[in-house]
Design a protein around this ligand. Structure first.
Ligand code: AMP
Length: 543
């Protein structure tokens, strides 16, 4: 089965509790836009749109997309950065009933080829004029020899694809609205709305189907949990077409009529935007944990009342630096597969400093299990974080073998993260204590070590390979590859050339190569990655 549905009794419970709605994401957005027409919906570096403007513009875009022959359910690959038009296309694509696939602008042939075939992508949406890489030319190449990929859609100007700015421009607004309503009326709110990607645990990235009702609920509950209102101004600096971007910065603020202040990862251009637009809430991913030292940070956070830190353990020095400036901070643990944990307003200082808090939804169920078992560990002990609930998946798309391992018998998703329950002021909070899944978290981008090892083995002189995280002060982790080679040692540029030739996204390329006569094994014959990770950590710390 390609799509694993939520169990019907769970769906009934989520609806009876008022968590899941009965409308599609596009319809939910339209309702909010009608209620808050003149408020800012998005402010980005290129410009701004009110809810009424964004609603009208995305109706026209949807009509244009339908006019190209795109049909409800058709998957559309997204490769765009944080721009005003990225938010416009997000809702335009949803209004046309199409299914955004949250691929990254950094992905290349290796990833796009695999993912687009897996989901049967029909259109490829790319950004023109990206510095350093011609995404439009890349999309044209991908289309060749790909049976389903029919359209190249372009954000920005480029004659080689359909420019989204022009699309639908000559449609009558009332006709466009009627068409969108007709399309949306034909979509079941429990159908797939969006495909997110997982860092996964083995092989290529897994596809996470997100459904209209549960995905919108995820965002709406996030907004509620922080106490947001239509006055809130939510800043976001990390990639928007990621799960955290869509949930925390697009759907969540829009569920309450609040504004998204959309920056980019470049603090020099984004912090002044936050200052100008009086952002009140900002999510800081761990690649930006040093933002407090930026000369524009204080001005950028003048109106900020909530800072959310996410992606890796929070260094006490950062928490204290924020506190010294009078800034309240909390933490977020989130994943494309669903489960969110947050330390919300009211959480004691110690919980905000040392834990990721409590589950977002009252109907979330969290268990911490002995890895590989279905036995709960005692409070205070470390085990695998497992979850079931109103926005956590029941199966990856088209991955039956992996699904058989990724869930407990009663449908709890095994996150691969290690966690412990602790008690602070009488309440249980979850802390993250590492992970058992074999991946590298490079400034928030997840890199599958097995995927990188298989790519290394395709080099004619690599006989064996083991890939481990290498500590890095800025990104948290980078990729280090231990290899056994035939003949002379391989240089890093040689290895990188090999990855370039295989069209692998650059963030996955090994950043350090270590040579070994053989790969060390544990007593049971598995690659001894602990030993290798400790080896590289020692080398990095003493270099
Ligand atoms: P993604 O699906 O790309 O958002 O990645 C989700 C993964 O990021 C989780 O399974 C964790 O491994 C990691 N992660 C997210 N938030 C945190 C956090 N606050 N602390 C530690 N790891 C985190």
């Amino acid at each position: 089965m390609t799509l694993v549905p939520y169990p019907p009794d769970a769906v009934r419970r989520y609806r009876e509790a008022g968590l899941w709605g009965t409308a599609t994401i596009a319809t939910e957005f339209h309702r909010v836009a009608r209620a808050h027409p003149d408020r800012d919906a998005v402010v980005a570096l290129e410009g701004r749109l009110t809810f009424a403007e964004l609603d009208a513009r995305t109706d026209l875009l949807a009509a244009g997309l339908a006019g190209l022959g795109l049909r409800p359910g058709d998957p559309v690959l997204f490769q765009v950065t944080n721009r005003l038009d990225s938010v416009v296309t997000w809702y335009g694509v949803l209004k046309a009933g199409l299914v955004p696939v949250a691929t990254l602008a950094a992905h290349r042939g290796h990833e796009i080829g695999e993912i687009s075939r897996r989901v049967g992508a029909v259109a490829h949406l790319v950004e023109a004029g990206l510095r350093g890489f011609d995404l439009v030319g890349f999309a044209e190449e991908q289309r060749r020899g790909h049976p389903t990929l029919r359209h190249v859609l372009v954000v920005g100007d480029d004659p080689r694809g359909h420019s989204l700015a022009a699309l639908g421009g000559d449609t009558d607004p009332a006709e466009a609205r009627a068409l969108v309503e007709k399309i949306q009326a034909g979509i079941d709110p429990d159908d797939v709305a969006v495909h997110q990607l997982s860092g996964g645990t083995t092989g290529v990235p897994k596809v996470i189907p997100r459904l209209h009702a549960e995905y919108w609920y995820n965002g709406a509950e996030y907004a509620r949990s922080w106490g947001w209102t239509a006055e809130t101004r939510v800043a976001h600096l990390i990639p928007i077409i990621h799960n955290a971007g869509i949930v925390c910065a697009v759907h969540a603020p829009h569920s309450v009529g609040a504004c998204l202040v959309l920056g980019t990862p470049d603090l020099d251009e984004s912090l002044p935007l936050l200052a100008r637009e009086a952002a009140t809430h900002v999510l800081i991913g761990h690649g930006h944990y040093r933002a407090v030292d930026h000369p524009d940070f204080d001005a950028a956070t003048k109106a900020v009342t909530q800072i959310v830190l996410s992606g890796a353990k929070v260094p006490p020095a950062l928490f204290e630096a924020l506190e010294a400036r009078g800034l309240w901070s909390g933490q977020l643990f989130g994943m494309g597969e669903g489960l969110f944990l947050t330390t919300r307003p009211g959480a004691p200082r110690e919980a905000r400093l040392t834990t990721v808090g409590t589950p977002l939804s009252p109907l979330d169920e969290v268990r911490i299990l002995e890895p590989g078992s279905e036995t709960d560990v005692a409070d205070g002990e470390v085990g695998e974080l497992c979850a079931r609930g109103p926005y956590t998946l029941h199966g990856y798309y088209d991955a039956p073998e992996h699904n058989a391992r990724a869930f407990t018998a009663d449908g709890f998703y095994r996150t691969g993260d290690l966690a412990a329950y602790g008690r602070i002021e009488g309440q249980r909070y979850v802390s993250i204590e590492g992970r058992i899944k074999d991946l590298i978290n490079r400034g928030g981008e997840k890199i599958n070590t097995e995927e990188v090892e298989l790519l290394l083995l395709r080099h004619p002189r690599v006989a064996a390979a083991a890939v481990v995280p290498m500590p890095d002060p800025r990104l948290g982790e980078r990729t280090c590859a231990y290899v056994v080679v035939d003949g002379a040692e391989l240089t890093l540029p040689e290895v990188q050339e090999h990855f370039a030739a295989l069209e692998v996204a650059k963030f996955k390329w090994p950043e350090r190569i270590e040579h070994l006569p053989e790969i060390p094994r544990t007593l049971v014959g598995k690659t001894d990655k602990k030993r290798l990770a400790a080896d590289i950590a020692r080398k990095v710390s003493t270099s």
